[in-house]
Design a protein around this ligand. Sequence first.
Ligand SMILES: [Zn+2]
Length: 74
Amino acid sequence: MVINDQCFVAQTATEKILLHVTNVCAVCFRDLYEGEDVYYDMQEYRYICRECAERLSEQMNDACEIEEEQAGLF
Ligand SMILES: [Zn+2]
């Protein structure tokens, strides 16, 4: 699956991120480990795991808006 790099910035989880920012995915709350790929969500200002970045990328349009979840809100 493809991750939308307009919306998510791929980074390697460093000790610094894990200690000072977060050590869990902001979406599914699983543990993140040093050295794995994590993704910075530029819309929500949070770090998420690869699985969540892939899933959200599928739901997002080019403007990084989640299309499915917004349907019917307005
Ligand atoms: Zn996740």
